[in-house]
Ligand binder design. Structure first.
Ligand code: HEC
Length: 155
């Protein structure tokens, strides 16, 4: 290979890496006026994200209520349900718009609920459940402090 083709390959690889960063790792984002990062989403994708979010909130309420009643079956089932991600239900356009850090925090949140379901199935009780909720809710707090979801106006 001569020097010119090595240089061309290096430039092409750099372009591919930059495109990968831009389209996949960076996501579709812009700085927001409140200091957070705004993720720009088309309305249907924003609905999917916010529906998932309300699912998190409902699950936390249901888990606390069931824990107080000693209903470990409901705790387990609720945590398992919200811990399971059905990739087929996540539109590819939404996945592309989310920055890598956001995606991994989202997956970690689901994973923590899954772990809670397993722990409760293994006999862990009230104290553990509250500790696990406090832990998973760090993710809610951290992500909301850093990101918001704005409509993609196509600009
Ligand atoms: C990876 C990031 C991330 C994580 C983790 C996360 N959220 Fe969110 N959530 C968001 C974003 C972004 C919004 C939109 C907020 C905005 O536009 O101001 C949102 C919005 C919401 C809303 C409002 C929904 C609506 O219909 O308007 C609720 C409720 C919510 N989140 C609950 C939770 C709870 C509970 C958790 C933790 C179990 C959680 N979220 C974890 C990113 C996250």
């Amino acid at each position: 290979m001569n020097k010119l083709s090595v240089a061309i390959i290096a430039i092409l690889l750099a372009i591919i890496a930059a495109m990968g960063w831009f389209f996949f790792l960076r996501g579709s984002v812009t700085p927001a006026d409140d200091g957070r990062t705004a993720i720009l989403l088309k309305p249907s994708d924003r609905n999917v994200l916010l529906t998932e979010m309300r699912g998190f909130l409902e699950a936390i309420q249901a888990i606390i209520a069931a824990t107080e009643e000693g209903d470990m079956k409901t705790v387990r089932e609720t945590a398992k349900k919200v811990g399971t991600v059905n990739m087929a239900e996540i539109p590819p356009s939404l996945m592309r718009a989310l920055p890598a850090e956001f995606r991994s925090m989202g997956f970690d949140t689901h994973a923590q609920f899954r772990k809670l379901a397993e722990d409760v199935a293994a006999g862990k009780g009230r104290d553990h459940i509250y500790k696990a909720l406090a832990e998973v809710m760090n993710n809610c707090v951290t992500c909301h402090a850093g990101y918001r979801a704005d409509p993609d106006t196509g600009q």
